[in-house]
Design a protein around this ligand. Structure first.
Ligand SMILES: Nc1ncnc2c1ncn2[C@@H]1O[C@H](COP(=O)(O)OP(=O)(O)OP(=O)(O)O)[C@@H](O)[C@H]1O
Ligand SMILES: CC(C)(CO)[C@@H](O)C(=O)[O-]
Ligand code: BAL
Length: 302
C-alpha cells in the first residue's frame, strides 16, 4: 500500500486502521516522535489540556483518536447515548494544533471473529470494575490496539480516570510496551466539578448536586494529617448534605491503588450516581506525618 498523504501543520484525519498505522510508521521512520491522546470524543477542556501537554514535546506529531469503544461498555450503559459531535471534535483538534486524527469504525477495528482480549488482573474487578464488569478488559484491549497501530512514543491519559491510568501504566510495564504513559491532573469547573463528557447529561439541579463529589474529596484531603479514618469520615459527612447523590464507592487507596499507607501519598476515589448519570472523581491525599514533609507532590503529573 502507498503511504497515505500526510500534510504537515494541518489536521490529517484517517479512518482505516492501516492508514493511521502507515502514516505513524512513516513519521517515526523520518525521526519524528508520535504522541497519542486516546479519547471517546465530545472534547472539552480536559481533553484540550492533554493535547496541550502533548504539543509541548519537541519534534513530536500529536495524534488523537476518537472512538467510542463498544467493548468497554456493559449492557444497560450509555454506549448508544454517548455524545458523538464529530465535526465539533475535528475542529477542536485542528484548533489545538493536532496533526493526526484517527476516527476508526468499530467494524474496521474489531474483526467479527475476534476472540482475544486483555485481562487487567485483579485490579480490573475493583472500584469501577465492581460496577462495570469487563470495562477494563475492553478499555485495555482498545488501548493496546491503538498502541500497536500507532506505536506512539508517548501517550497521555487524564487522572480523572485514575484507575484507567494505573491500569494502562501496568499494561505497558507488564507487557514491555515501548510507550511512555503520561498522566495529566484533572481539569475542573470553577466550583470543582471534574470536566467530563457525561456532564452534558445533568439537569441544572443535578449539576448543582454533582459538585458534592469534588467537595467531599477536597474536604477529606484537607484532613489527611489526621489519618485515613478522618479523611473518609469528613468526606462522607460532606456527601450526606446531598442525599440525592447515590454513592457507589468512596475509597482511600495507595497511589498504585493497593492498600493506603498509614503515612504518605494516597488517593481518595469516588463514583456516584446523580440521577441516571454516573460520575467519577479522585484526588491526591497526603496522610499522617507526611503532611509535615515539604516537597511531596499532591498531584504528581506522571
Ligand atoms: N477533566 C479532565 N481532566 C483531565 N483529563 C480528562 C478529564 N476528563 C477526561 N480526561 C481524559 O481524557 C481522556 C479521554 O477521556 P474521555 O474521552 O472518556 O472523556 P471523559 O470526559 O472522561 O468522558 P466520560 O466522562 O464520559 O468518561 C482520558 O484519558 C480521560 O482521563
Ligand atoms: C482510553 C479510552 C479512549 C479507551 O477507549 C477511554 O477509556 C477514555 O476515553 O478514557
Ligand atoms: N472515560 C472513561 C471511559 C468510560 O467511561 O468508558
Amino acid at each position: 500500500m502507498i503511504t497515505p498523504k500526510f500534510q504537515r501543520g494541518t489536521l490529517n484525519t484517517f479512518q482505516p486502521p492501516e492508514h493511521i498505522s502507515k502514516v505513524s510508521g512513516a513519521l517515526r521512520a523520518v525521526g519524528r516522535k508520535v504522541a497519542l491522546v486516546p479519547t471517546m470524543g465530545a472534547l472539552h477542556d480536559g481533553h484540550r489540556e492533554l493535547l496541550r501537554r502533548a504539543k509541548r514535546l519537541p519534534n513530536t506529531v500529536v495524534a488523537a483518536s476518537i472512538f467510542v469503544n463498544p467493548l468497554q461498555f456493559g449492557a444497560g450503559e450509555d454506549f448508544e447515548a454517548y455524545p458523538r459531535p464529530l465535526e465539533h471534535d475535528l475542529e477542536a483538534l485542528s484548533a489545538a494544533g493536532v496533526e493526526l486524527a484517527f476516527t476508526p469504525k468499530a467494524s474496521d477495528l474489531y474483526a467479527e471473529n475476534a476472540m482475544v482480549t486483555l485481562n487487567p488482573g485483579p485490579l480490573g474487578d475493583e472500584l469501577e470494575g465492581t460496577v462495570r464488569p469487563g470495562h477494563f478488559s475492553g478499555m485495555l484491549t482498545v488501548v493496546a490496539k491503538l498502541f500497536n497501530l500507532l506505536r506512539p512514543d508517548y501517550a497521555f491519559f487524564g487522572e480523572k480516570d485514575y484507575q484507567q491510568l494505573v491500569l494502562v501504566k501496568r499494561m505497558v510495564a507488564d507487557l514491555n510496551i515501548d510507550t511512555r504513559v503520561i498522566g495529566v491532573p484533572t481539569v475542573r469547573e470553577r466550583d470543582g466539578l471534574a470536566l467530563s463528557s457525561r456532564n452534558v447529561y445533568l439537569t441544572p439541579q443535578q449539576r448543582e448536586d454533582a459538585v458534592v463529589l469534588s467537595a467531599a474529596l477536597s474536604a477529606g484531603a484537607h484532613v489527611g494529617r489526621e489519618g485515613a479514618d478522618a479523611v473518609l469520615e469528613v468526606a462522607r459527612r460532606t456527601l450526606a448534605a446531598r442525599p440525592r447523590v447515590e454513592v457507589d464507592y468512596l475509597e482511600l487507596r495507595g497511589t498504585d491503588l493497593g492498600p493506603a499507607p498509614v503515612d504518605g501519598e494516597a488517593r481518595l476515589l469516588i463514583a456516584a450516581r446523580v440521577g441516571s448519570t454516573r460520575l467519577i472523581d479522585n484526588v491526591g491525599v497526603l496522610l499522617g506525618s507526611a503532611v509535615e514533609h515539604p516537597g511531596v507532590e499532591l498531584d504528581a503529573g506522571e
